[in-house]
Design a protein around this ligand. Structure first.
Ligand SMILES: NC(=O)c1ccc[n+]([C@@H]2O[C@H](COP(=O)([O-])OP(=O)(O)OC[C@H]3O[C@@H](n4cnc5c(N)ncnc54)[C@H](O)[C@@H]3O)[C@@H](O)[C@H]2O)c1
Length: 260
């Protein structure tokens, strides 16, 4: 498969890596639909993609909301196939959030035990794991119904999948996403759908912009390549999974060799 001419849906396309994927895919000749919850960012990405000459359509949708995802996949497939035959043959599950904290901690002054809030656990699981489940389910259903030909799903996990202190919710979601990459590769292969995952290490996106220099230095120290990655370097992995017809059910860590 070649990304040129593919119809690909990217989640979280208004910022960071998602925006980089939308622009790089459009530059490489794909038609791209993307979603986000950030109106201004959706408009910016759409304007930035105009120079590439392929179809790029932005939708406002929350990946954790079932009804919104059902509508999104239908509308994206219609938009990229002009309502005619065919539909989406690529999906990049990129949207993600984190809400960090320890499972319990003790207040130094009062000695009180502070418990990690269930709401923050549920928020992260909702966006980072339930989101890709809903998207992949709807994507697979439309592949079976609309028959766009061979299709592929790329899940954006994280190196936190190995377990990261202070990220119980995020680590669980990102590890679960790799487990389901395997599950979906087994369940969806009979329909011509491959699924792969990328687990990035530290990547230069707006998430890192607010970091203090000393925190940034400490983060980069254990990385053998002594720097963070670029969204373009992560896109290289996404493109590989989209294009390699013999790749399914596996996760590629792109992390500068970080020892986890
Ligand atoms: N930046 C890193 O160092 C890094 C490392 C490993 C993995 N990741 C993963 O890569 C992905 C992209 O991260 P990023 O650094 O570009 O982050 P980012 O915050 O720049 O972009 C994430 C985008 O997802 C959107 N989003 C959030 N919740 C959403 C929802 N419910 N529905 C739809 N869109 C939603 C945000 O509005 C934003 O535009 C995430 O899944 C993240 O966990 C990032």
């Amino acid at each position: 498969m070649n990304v040129k001419g593919m119809n690909i849906l990217v989640t979280g396309g208004a910022s960071g890596m998602g925006r980089a994927f939308v622009l790089a895919l459009a530059k490489d000749g794909a038609n791209v639909a993307f979603c986000d919850v950030n109106d201004a960012g959706i408009a910016e990405t759409t304007a930035m993609a105009a120079e590439f000459g392929t179809k790029v359509v932005g939708f406002k949708a929350n990946v954790a909301d079932e009804a919104e995802v059902v509508a999104l996949v239908k509308n994206a497939a219609d938009a990229l196939s002009s309502g005619g035959a065919g539909g989406l043959n690529g999906l990049v599950n990129n949207a993600g959030i984190f809400r960090d904290g320890l499972i319990v901690k003790v207040d130094k002054e009062t000695g009180a035990v502070i418990k990690f809030p269930l709401s923050k656990w549920n928020d992260v699981l909702g966006v980072d794991l339930t989101g890709p489940f809903l998207l992949t389910r709807e994507f697979a259903a439309q592949v079976i119904e609309r028959k766009p030909g061979p299709a592929v799903v790329v899940n954006i996990s994280s190196i936190a999948r190995y377990g990261n202190r202070g990220q119980g919710n995020y680590s669980a979601a990102k590890a679960g996403l790799v487990a389901d990459t395997r599950v979906w590769s087994l369940e969806l292969a009979p329909y011509g759908i491959r699924t792969g995952a990328i687990a990035p290490g530290f990547v230069d996106t707006p998430i890192l912009a607010g970091m203090k220099p000393e925190a940034f230095e400490a983060m980069v120290k254990p990385v053998p390549l002594k720097r963070v990655g670029t969204p373009g370097e992560i896109y290289a992995g996404v493109k590989f999974i989209l294009e390699c017809d013999y790749f399914t059910g596996r996760c590629i860590d792109i992390d500068g060799g970080l020892n986890v």
